[in-house]
Design a protein around this ligand. Structure first.
Ligand SMILES: [Zn+2]
Length: 77
């Protein structure tokens, strides 16, 4: 991820972690501690491609188990 400036408010962005959430049809997935680029001013956040792939895999897994509420911590490994 090569964002240096927030495209919305033009402030410098920082590396950090953020929460990702997704609807799974019947359920809700929340992944905490996801590495992200964050705008400290407006709160926008971006996940890089590899992170998105992992989040999609986690979501598919939760969906296949028909999880109603799944709250996990992101595993960077
Ligand atoms: Zn911003």
């Amino acid at each position: 991820m090569n964002i240096k400036q927030c495209p919305l408010c033009r402030n410098d962005v920082v590396q950090g972690t953020a929460m990702f959430s997704a609807e799974l049809g019947d359920g809700v997935l929340v992944v905490r501690n996801v590495p992200a680029v964050i705008c400290p001013v407006c709160g926008n956040k971006w996940f890089d491609h590899d992170t998105m792939l992992k989040l999609e895999a986690v979501a598919d897994n939760a969906r296949s188990r028909h999880a109603l509420v799944e709250i996990i911590t992101f595993d960077a490994a």
